[in-house]
Design a protein around this ligand. Structure first.
Ligand SMILES: *[C@@H]1O[C@H](CO)[C@@H](O)[C@H](O)[C@H]1NC(C)=O
Ligand SMILES: CC(=O)N[C@H]1CO[C@H](CO)[C@@H](O)[C@@H]1O
Ligand SMILES: [Zn+2]
Ligand SMILES: [Zn+2]
Length: 279
């Protein structure tokens, strides 16, 4: 198994390096980044989309009572493609100058697999904390109304809602995705762009899963209870409050923002009646 992985990793490395021979490095990297993003995004979403048409899968849908209209899908897809071509692609063009500026490896040999995986793990933990802080802030009145509201248009999310967001939100929360790699390269001076690609693929699969609306007996959270997944994020779209983290449950647990919506409502009701008594 290990030898098989190593052989394929080396094969990928040879293919990756061959892409750049005799070509413009910036152009190749930009096309690679955009293609990787689009393919991962829609491939990851496809199984959940198919589940909508398989009756035996409906029992795993979290908000079964909310209809998923074809209209919703088209609306989401149209806006999404606009965002991916006109907001994200220009940002992806920035990959090459950023990689060069910080001295990331591009055509250099790949890092050992274990190093690549530990870098991905660091980025996961960093992004999750960043997301907790900035996503909470996006729920603050004016920020919510002017920016984050768009992402909350679908109260029963489906896979491709993942990146359905205001351009400013794409920028603000996207900084959490690219922040981990930047910290790593500044701190260690040792980061290959392939680790960044691996991390971003993981992040895409994570955000698609969290928005899928499906909680399966084989969802990751069943094996790793500290992972959130759809079980966690679906409530966020339903209630608008709490469960702010992207990947893990620990920050919401530590700060008490994972307490159930009903608890929160009970508290508000109690406060209101207490205020009334004081009047
Ligand atoms: C957070 O998610 C859990 C399920 O994982 C749910 O029980 C809880 O009510 C959610 N909390 C909020 C505030 O949405
Ligand atoms: C779970 C659920 O609501 N599924 C529906 C999603 O949309 C398709 C196509 O419109 C329906 O066939 C499903 O019943
Ligand atoms: Zn969401
Ligand atoms: Zn939100």
């Amino acid at each position: 198994m290990e030898a098989w992985i190593e052989t394929n990793y080396r094969g990928l490395e040879a293919w990756w390096q061959s892409l750049y021979v005799g070509r413009n490095e910036m152009l190749v990297l930009t096309i690679a980044a955009f293609t990787m993003h689009q393919v991962t995004y829609f491939l990851a979403a496809l199984p959940y989309f198919l589940c909508d048409f398989i009756p035996s899968m409906h029992k795993y849908k979290i908000q079964r009572n909310k209809p998923n209209t074809t209209e919703n899908y088209w609306k989401c897809l149209r806006y999404l493609l606009f965002s991916q071509f006109f907001i994200q692609l220009p940002l992806e063009i920035g990959f090459h100058p950023i990689a060069r500026f910080f001295g990331m490896g591009i055509t250099e040999p790949f890092p050992p697999i274990t190093k690549m995986l530990s870098q991905v793990a660091f980025c996961l933990v960093f992004e999750d904390f960043y997301h907790y802080v900035f996503h909470s802030l996006l729920h603050y009145g004016p920020f919510y109304k002017n920016i984050h509201k768009i992402h909350h248009e679908f109260q029963a999310p489906f896979a491709i809602v993942g990146e359905y967001a205001h351009p400013l939100e794409t920028l603000i929360l996207g900084l959490g995705t690219i922040g981990g790699p930047l910290l790593l390269v500044v701190a260690t001076g040792d980061l290959h762009i392939i680790s960044v690609f691996a991390w971003i693929s993981v992040r895409i699969v994570q955000e698609i899963d969290a928005h899928s609306g499906y909680d399966f007996p084989w969802s990751l959270r069943r094996f790793l209870p500290f992972v959130g997944g759809a079980d966690f994020h679906d409530f966020h779209h339903m209630n608008f409050l709490g469960n702010y983290s992207s990947t893990f449950r620990w920050w919401d647990w530590i700060f008490g923002t994972d307490a159930s919506y009903n608890q929160w409502k009970a508290k508000v009701a109690a406060e209101e009646s207490a205020a009334k008594k004081l009047e």
